[in-house]
Design a binder for this molecule. Structure first.
Ligand code: ADP
Ligand code: MG
Length: 249
């Protein structure tokens, strides 16, 4: 059985940071877990947070792979083999970067194929962790189906909370079938902690965790150091470890 976790929320709230630290947690605590990390944000950031460099993405190969193929060729098989070519295999996890689509136009056809392929690819893993783009469009495209947990990240801003609320509404409207939706507060300060908890309960959200504003994390980010290299006693690392425990990973 594969557990799938998608991390979403408004831009800049810390989705990539949370994804990278959850991956860091699993890699260091569950040595048996076969993990796939997916960066589905066209503005690819997850590899950097994990200390990886990526040269080719699914977006780079998606259209090219399908161009000029004879009608009798199994296009899904062609695309699937290309996906395995861009998959980065690390000792403790694999990383797949979706990137941006090639050229302009409609990608419905390629996306439909991709959906079927991702169903097959994700089956090979115990855990799939997806760092998504800001906004909700990707949720309706449903490239990856059968999602278990949705972590909606917000900072202490009204806009972040409003986005979280909209995401929850869209998810319920589209009936995306998440087993559980959690709110994750990030960059929390002692000053806003209590009021954020109050807002969350007014909005009917269950909180998975409250990650403090972590100046060490901010320093790593500024210096271009991978967030996955943060020490065990980093405040953000500790709280993300708690969140991982709550969702059972
Ligand atoms: N807990 C935290 N403490 C301090 N800075 C943080 C924290 N979480 C994220 N940041 C910083 O906030 C910015 C946005 O984070 P990022 O994870 O890239 O957001 P998103 O993926 O949602 O756009 C980055 O500069 C990151 O270093
Ligand atoms: Mg991001």
């Amino acid at each position: 059985m594969t557990t799938t976790i998608a991390i979403t929320g408004k831009g800049g709230t810390g989705k990539t940071a949370v994804a990278a630290l959850l991956i860091r947690h699993v890699v260091r605590t569950d040595t048996d877990c076969v993990l796939l990390a997916v960066d589905s944000d066209p503005d690819t950031n997850l590899p950097e947070a994990l200390g990886e460099t990526v040269t080719r993405t699914v977006g780079d190969i998606k259209e090219i792979a399908l161009k000029g193929l004879p009608p009798d060729v199994d296009k899904m098989q062609v695309l699937e083999s290309k996906i395995y070519e861009v998959l980065i295999e690390k000792p403790r996890y694999d990383l797949l970067v979706m990137g941006r689509p090639e050229g302009s136009g409609c990608y419905c056809y390629a996306n439909n194929l991709l959906r079927g392929i991702m169903d097959r690819v994700t089956k090979n893993y115990d855990l799939v962790m997806i760092d998504t783009a800001a906004g909700m469009e990707h949720l309706s495209r449903r490239i990856i189906r059968n999602l278990d947990f949705l972590l909606v990240v917000t900072d202490g801003s009204r806009k972040g909370l409003a986005t979280a609320e909209r995401i929850r509404d869209v998810v319920q409207e589209l009936d995306l079938g998440f087993k559980k939706i959690y709110l994750v507060f990030n960059k929390v300060t002692p000053e806003n902690r209590d009021s954020l908890q109050r807002y969350a309960s007014e909005l009917g959200f269950e909180i998975a965790g409250m990650i403090p504003f972590d100046s060490e994390l901010a320093e790593y980010d500024l210096a271009g150091r991978p967030l996955a290299d943060l020490p065990d006693d980093s405040e953000a690392v500790t709280e993300v470890g708690r969140i991982a425990g709550l969702i059972g990973i």
